[in-house]
Design a binder for this molecule. Sequence first.
Ligand SMILES: *Cc1c(COP(=O)(O)O)cnc(C)c1O
Length: 354
Amino acid sequence: MSEFWSDVVKRLTPYVPGEQPKLANLVKLNTNENPYDPSPRVLKAIRGAVGENLRLYPDPNADALKEAIADHFAVTSINVFVGNGSDEILAHVFLGLLKHDQPVLFPDITYSFYPVYCGLYEIAFNTVPLTKDFSIRIADYDQPNGGIIFPNPNAPTGRAISLDEIEQLLQMHPHKVIVIDEAYVDFGGESAIPLTHRYPNLLVVHTFSKSRSLAGLRVGFAIGHSDLIEALERVKNSFNSYPLDSLAMAGAIAALEDKAHFERTRKAIIHTRENLVSALEALGFEVLPSVANFVFVRHPQHDAEKSALALRQHGIVVRHFKLPRIEQFLRITIGTDDQCAILIKALQEILAQR
Ligand SMILES: *Cc1c(COP(=O)(O)O)cnc(C)c1O
């Protein structure tokens, strides 16, 4: 704390991302990165974009990338917004679309960045408890609000709700913006993007970080009615006109083009997840049903924090949140088959010792 800080900064509780350990050879299952390399076409496109042209500013409107996204998802580019990771887009969404007189609503257990944006932009929020089995129940959102946001599938639970339920919510609040954060949708969920044609109050946010193996490149996008997109453009152009660099745009376009790589890697992760769930259940873990690239698990006889520490001693990092209702859970990213085998072997040893 310093006298030089503004009042807003003094009051902030910043988001703490999962650790990026500096140790080599760790089995890193803590931040939901993709265990597979990005498409070789991405690397080629980025290499091709390295040159004297880096002297120039990138296209501030990212037209080529917006066109590629629009084509891919059968919308037009006026329905597409792009940002430097979906985290940046979410920040603009909170300021541009969710800051109203009434509080924004999100689940009590969800992406923990949402309350941080509320702190930054001084936005009132109410949390809506997940049910006892950690599901989102749409009827619980039948209350006054200034907008609603949650991931589908939700994080860190991995549970998804159906498009029918999302439609019920859109119809329940036709004059509020409903934001669906689809960071994990490609691992078995159903995208709400087609609903954006019929619901002008729906904004769907996506990222290249998880299902396209590009967390390091920082590219996200949002799809919705052009009025919603215009609000985001207004915020972006009052904040940073050039959020996406030329290399990121080249890489992201190439990632969309390599559909075969995308299908192969996401299917491999789904397959590994199914095997991992069975192996964890055989060890006595309760596993929430997941359609994401992670599972959220607890063991009735073993303390989650202690298990996380023990795993670390075996060179394996997973995520533990010291938060109400979920402090006995571990969130484990789906790695390769080999990484998951190493995890299961370590857990067998750890559980046998205690
Ligand atoms: C990972 C994640 C994001 C952020 O993704 P970036 O595009 O890497 O910023 C957004 N929402 C949820 C729920 C996530 O898990």
